[in-house]
Design a protein around this ligand. Sequence first.
Ligand SMILES: CC(C)(COP(=O)(O)OP(=O)(O)OC[C@H]1O[C@@H](n2cnc3c(N)ncnc32)[C@H](O)[C@@H]1OP(=O)(O)O)[C@@H](O)C(=O)NCCC(=O)NCCS
Length: 194
Amino acid sequence: MVQQPVLATDRLLLRPYTLEDARAVQRLCGDYAVSATTLLPYPYPDGLAEVWIASLNESTERGAAAAFAVTLARDGALIGGARLRIEGDHARGELGFWIAKSCWDRGYATEAARAVIGYGFSALGLHRVYAMHFSRNPASGRVMAKCGMVHEGLLRGHIKKWGVYEDVDIWAILSEQAGLTGPHVSLVPSGVPV
Ligand SMILES: CC(C)(COP(=O)(O)OP(=O)(O)OC[C@H]1O[C@@H](n2cnc3c(N)ncnc32)[C@H](O)[C@@H]1OP(=O)(O)O)[C@@H](O)C(=O)NCCC(=O)NCCS
């Protein structure tokens, strides 16, 4: 069973989700602005957050994911999420992230994504971390660029969202490039209250 650590950055603590996060996840992910550029349903149904958190934690335990609730270090408030979906045979992880709309444009997604990428390379031994975003969501691409990821291409009509075929951009960073962005992360010893 894989033990999920807590990652500390300048302003954030990235910790495993617990079922107590479900109400906040439903409220924040249920925001139309967050749903519109992700595959999250809208409206966000009752009970889904509990199922999602349980499945994320189960995936993490068997090494198929590393999923973190993004919280503010100063008060513990949950403001987002970041995760790697891991394909171990290829030492590859797909990065995904979201931040509550009230907290956009303060650098939180970049800070969290850098930490998770650093964790993927240093602790999980990944070779490649990639991420995709709807082409109409340039803020997400900007986060990926700021994390040192390289734009690899555009997948035309790759995803059908709310009945519309969406173009998707794909970005990636390889382990040998990761030194360019630095680790930006420290592991908090287990037992530290968060
Ligand atoms: C995409 C998202 C995660 C960004 O979170 P964030 O905390 O605001 O990101 P950051 O503050 O770290 O960086 C955002 C960058 O995008 C830029 N940006 C914001 N809106 C933009 C736009 N319309 N066009 C271009 N750049 C934009 C910001 O200026 C900033 O870049 P800068 O630091 O060079 O100024 C957030 O908007 C979100 O959660 N959206 C909904 C869910 C989602 O789309 N998740 C990503 C799925 S791939």
